[in-house]
Design a binder for this molecule. Structure first.
Ligand code: PLP
Length: 406
């Protein structure tokens, strides 16, 4: 089965508009994805008909919405194939999910002299929490290097693993270059030494099947807004064993069992990690988004986006003076590039005026930019609602950029 692109596009109201008198071409899906009408309608329905605080009230609305929130958790559990529903913690996004583990795992298990392994390809969200943990604990960060294609050097990774290594945290897919990392291998290597692994899945979850049990990762983090769901919701998957062992990150209501002024006991999983009123609207909207993409089929999404990537790579490579940064053999539908003698911000401004939305800059991944001796790139990131005609529109915009600055 293939994707009915016109039908799919009509599901996303925002795509059907003109900017600067031109049909909008939205190629900034790595930053955030657009929302299908089913998600928008679900959010509107909750606020107009169903809203009540969950887990607290004994009244009708509260009970109904609590059930929907817990059903949403089940949808996520099945989507990532977690062994238990209580291994799915709702957070505000990937950033909060990673901070939760960096703090909670870090407080308990990281001590002076310990080492944490990350990679050159990380987003700042998977660098800074570990860096700050290292500062607090007098521990140190070790970084897996990449080759000129933007692929992690796994031989070097093996050499970094030492008796002091306490955790490995790497992304599944690089947001800046699109590289798909062999996280299964990274996890297997770490597990041979009983080292847990956190995977930042912010850029992978929306592009293909993720099975946390098959990967055997200890933690997996992702954001709802990057997988066609609402903003301000995300997921932290953690193996039951870890979530039971770790102390809570945030404290307050919901995460407690009993509170006296002398002592507090914590709630069971996953509530121990969900302090305060959770973003139930976001969680239910996320479940809708997941059901929507399941309706399209992840295999269909994967193969259509692969076709788009190949087409765009071929078309962009033919642009004189354009250099693609990140040429890994395995990539998702993201192309980062620079233009000879033209600053990416200047290019971005002109591309925007042609009705095409791309991202320019360091993409919150400054160390990757340093590795390639550049300040930033222009990044086109494609979703399954994009078309080859839109790739052509990007190429036309680049021609205008070159005429203006070349
Ligand atoms: N990790 C990666 C690889 C990302 O691409 C992003 C966002 O772009 C994040 C983490 C942070 O995600 P969020 O801002 O949704 O928390």
């Amino acid at each position: 089965m293939s994707i009915d692109i016109q039908k799919v596009r009509s599901d996303f109201p925002i795509l059907n508009q003109r900017v600067y008198q031109k049909p909008l071409v939205y190629l900034d899906n790595g930053a955030t994805t657009q929302k299908p009408k089913v998600v928008i309608d679900e959010v509107a329905k909750i606020y107009s008909q169903e809203n009540a605080n969950i887990h607290r009230g004994v009244h009708y609305l509260s009970e109904q919405l609590t059930q929907k929130y817990e059903d949403a958790r089940k949808v996520v559990q099945e989507f990532i194939h977690a062994a238990h529903g209580h291994e799915v913690v709702f957070t505000s996004g990937t950033t909060e999910s990673i901070n939760t583990i960096a703090y909670s795992f870090g407080e308990k298990y990281i001590h002076e002299g310990d080492e944490i392994i990350i990679s050159t390809l990380e987003h700042h969200a998977n660098i800074v929490p570990w860096q700050m943990l290292c500062e607090r604990k007098n521990a140190s960060l070790k970084v897996i290097p990449v080759n000129d294609k933007g692929e992690l050097l796994l031989d070097e990774y093996e050499k970094l693993i030492a008796s002091k290594t306490k955790i490995v945290a790497v992304n599944h897919v690089s947001n800046a270059l699109g590289t798909i990392n062999d996280v299964k291998k990274i996890i297997d290597i770490a597990h041979q030494k009983d080292i847990p692994v956190l995977i930042d899945g912010a850029q992978s979850i929306q592009h293909g099947k993720v099975d946390v049990q098959e990967l055997d990762c200890d933690f997996y983090a992702f954001s709802g807004h990057k997988i066609y769901g609402p903003n301000g919701i995300g997921v932290l998957y953690g193996k039951e064993k870890w979530l039971n062992e770790l102390p809570p990150f945030m404290t307050g209501g919901e995460m407690i069992k009993n509170v006296t002024f002398e002592k507090t006991t914590f709630n069971e999983l996953p509530f121990k990690f969900e302090a305060g009123t959770p973003n139930y609207v976001g969680a239910i909207g996320l479940a809708k988004a997941i059901e929507y993409i399941q309706g399209i089929g992840l295999e269909n999404i994967e193969s259509y986006e692969k076709e788009l990537l190949e087409y765009a790579t071929q078309k962009l490579s033919a642009v004189d003076g354009l250099k693609i940064i990140g040429t890994s053999a395995k990539k998702i539908s993201v192309i980062s590039f620079i233009l000879k003698n033209i600053h990416h911000y200047d290019a971005g401004m002109v591309i925007d005026k042609m009705g095409v939305a791309v991202r320019t800059g360091h993409h919150c991944a400054e160390p990757v930019m340093h590795r390639f001796n550049i300040e930033g790139t222009i990044r086109a990131s494609f979703a399954f609602y994009n078309t080859k005609e839109e790739v052509d529109r990007l190429c036309e915009a680049l021609m205008t950029v070159k005429q203006m600055f070349g």
